[in-house]
Design a protein around this ligand. Sequence first.
Ligand code: AMP
Length: 202
Amino acid sequence: MGDDSSPSKRRRNSAVRLLMVGPPGCGKGTQAALLSEKLGIPAISTGDMLRQAVAAGSELGQKVKGIMSEGALVDDETMAQVVEDRLAAADAQDGFILDGYPRNLDQAETLAGILDGAQESLDAVLVLDVPQEELVRRALARKRADDKEEVIRERLRVYEEKTEPLIHYYRERGILRRVDGHLPVEQVTSRLLEALSELHKP
Ligand code: AMP
């Protein structure tokens, strides 16, 4: 399409940069992994990165351990560093599926700044809609160390207060795609892929 035929430019143009947004337990991690396989781009979960840091006992892990166990959010500055470093890695240059970041409007602005700096932008923000009772049921079934019921409810509360405003933010930017997440896994995946295929129509 464009007249710039340099390989690096061409690669960038075909890259797909996606966000998965949705409450804890909505299945976005599962769907990010499935989309990652289908699209050949990495799924980047900030929650997984932090859990790995905790398990490794790194400086980052020690800093975030207590915060995570309460279901609260790690500070924006720490997260900005984590995400900026990860998006700079070689495997993220041809696209990515970011799961768990941004978590609030300030983080959304930070992400926009990081991408702008690389002359990149998001292609779509995928939202999975799942009813609240189903979220608690799923989260309890996952039985992670930080999955006590009161912590799950706190994470849902934090989601509603801090993260849900992102839906409006990205809708205004015209890149929001909502999919019913209360369906069998493979049906959710096909609906997500359908939503993505529409992005490339003129
Ligand atoms: P997740 O697996 O995405 O639900 O993340 C697990 C926990 O990691 C969250 O409850 C937060 O404590 C922390 N966390 C992950 N991503 C972020 C983020 N973008 N901002 C702040 N805290 C985060």
